[in-house]
Write a protein that binds this ligand. Structure first.
Ligand code: NAD
Length: 327
C-alpha cells in the first residue's frame, strides 16, 4: 500500500461494508496456507491483566511476507463495557509498510475479529467436513455464534441446525439467524447434538468439557473455536486423543488451544497435530475416510486479523471511502 498518500483510517462501519464473508474466507485461507509453507509467521502474543477496570490488554502481531502484510492488532477485553453500551472486546489493527516501516492504516478490529474467526471455522469445514454433511451442531450462542453459523452454512448443503448453550435463554437469537438463512433450528441436549450433528462448532467461554467423546458419531467434523487461553476447555480431551487434529498454529494449539489438555495429559503429541495450511496447500490429505472424526483447534492468530484488515484497507483505498491523515 502506498504510504505517500497518507495514513488510511478505516472505521468499524466501513469494515462492515468492505469485508464480507467471502473476502474474509479467502484472506484467512490464504494466510493459513502461507503460514504452513513458512511464508508468514506470527510473533509472540502479549496479553496482560491491566490491574485497572478488570481489563485484559495485549498485542497480536506478525508478518506475511508472501502477502506483504505487516502489522499488529492491539486490544483486549473490558468486562464493564456492556453496561456503557460498548462492546466488551475492543481492538484496532495497525498496518505498516513492510518496505519502510511507515504506518499505512488504522483499521477497526471489532467486526473483523468476528468475521475472521468465523472464516477460520468455515475454512476448516470446507477442507475437512464430509461433503454429505446435512446437520450443523452449534455449541454456544454468544456474540461470535451467529457469525460462525452464517459462515459455516455456506460451506455445505446443511438442512438443519441443532444447538445447545449453557445459558438456554441465549438460543432464540441464534435460532432467528438459522431461520433467516433457511435452516430448520432445534434446541437439543448435548448428547442429542452429538448424535445428530455431522459438523459441530463450539464457541463458548467454557473451562470444562461440554461434549464427551462417546457422544460424537463417526465421521463428524468439529471446529473448536472458544478455547484461546490457558485453562479453557470445550470438549473432552479424550476426543482429541482419538480424532485427527488440525489447527491454525501448532504452537498455540498446544499451549492455549483445545489441544493443551490432551497434550499435557500425554494422550496427544504435538507432532500429531497438523496445520490446516498443509491441507490447503495439498501437503496433507486432510480427511482420509468417511468415518474419521476430524477436529480443528481454532486458536486465533494475529495474521488472521492482519489479513482481513489488509483487505479492508485495500478496498478502502480503491473505493476512496476511507479518511486519510498525514503523519
Ligand atoms: P460471548 O461472551 O458473547 O458468549 C459467551 C458464550 O460462552 C455464550 O454461549 C455463553 O453462554 C457461554 N459461556 C459463558 N460462560 C461460560 C462458562 N463458564 N462455561 C461454558 N460456557 C460459558 O463471547 P463470544 O464473543 O461469543 O466468544 C465466545 C468464545 O470464543 C470466548 O471464549 C472467546 O474468547 C472465544 N473467541 C475465540 C476466537 C478465536 O479466534 N479462536 C475469536 C473470538 C472469540
Amino acid at each position: 500500500m502506498n504510504t505517500q498518500d497518507g495514513l488510511l483510517i478505516v472505521g468499524e462501519d466501513l469494515c462492515q461494508q468492505l469485508v464480507g464473508r467471502e473476502q474474509a474466507f479467502d484472506a484467512v485461507q490464504s494466510v493459513f496456507a502461507a503460514m504452513a509453507r513458512g511464508g508468514a509467521r506470527n510473533f509472540p502474543v502479549v496479553r496482560e491483566a491491566l490491574g485497572y477496570a478488570d481489563a485484559l490488554y495485549g498485542f497480536k502481531s506478525g508478518f506475511d511476507r508472501d502477502g506483504q502484510v505487516l502489522g499488529v492488532k492491539s486490544g483486549g477485553y473490558w468486562p464493564g463495557n456492556a453496561d456503557k453500551g460498548l462492546t466488551n472486546h475492543q481492538s484496532t489493527v495497525f498496518l505498516f509498510d513492510p518496505d519502510n516501516g511507515r504506518l499505512s492504516a488504522l483499521v477497526g478490529g471489532n467486526y473483523l475479529t468476528a468475521v475472521r474467526t468465523a472464516a477460520s471455522s468455515a475454512v476448516s469445514i470446507a477442507h475437512l467436513a464430509r461433503k454429505d454433511a446435512k446437520v450443523l451442531g452449534m455449541v454456544g450462542a454468544g456474540h461470535q455464534s451467529t457469525f460462525q453459523l452464517r459462515a459455516a452454512a455456506e460451506q455445505r448443503d446443511f438442512e438443519r441446525v441443532v444447538a445447545w448453550n449453557p445459558h438456554p435463554d441465549m438460543l432464540p437469537r441464534l435460532g432467528a439467524v438459522a431461520e433467516e438463512i433457511g435452516l430448520e433450528f432445534e434446541a437439543v441436549s448435548q448428547q442429542e447434538l452429538g448424535a445428530q450433528a455431522d459438523v459441530i462448532i463450539t464457541i463458548t467461554s467454557a473451562f470444562e468439557p461440554l461434549l464427551m467423546k462417546d457422544w460424537i458419531k463417526p465421521g463428524t467434523h468439529l471446529a473448536c473455536m472458544g478455547t484461546d487461553t490457558k485453562g479453557k476447555m470445550e470438549v473432552d480431551p479424550d476426543l482429541l486423543a482419538t480424532a485427527t487434529v488440525f489447527t491454525d498454529e501448532v504452537a498455540q494449539s498446544v499451549t492455549i488451544g483445545e489441544a493443551q489438555h490432551a497434550v499435557a495429559a500425554g494422550s496427544l503429541t504435538e507432532t500429531a497435530i497438523t496445520p490446516i495450511g498443509a491441507v490447503i496447500n495439498g501437503d496433507h490429505p486432510g480427511r482420509s475416510n468417511a468415518d474419521e472424526i476430524t477436529l480443528f483447534d481454532g486458536t486465533g492468530v494475529g495474521l488472521q486479523d492482519l489479513a482481513v484488515a489488509s483487505v479492508a484497507a485495500r478496498r478502502a483505498a480503491e473505493t476512496g471511502k476511507a479518511q486519510r491523515a498525514l503523519l
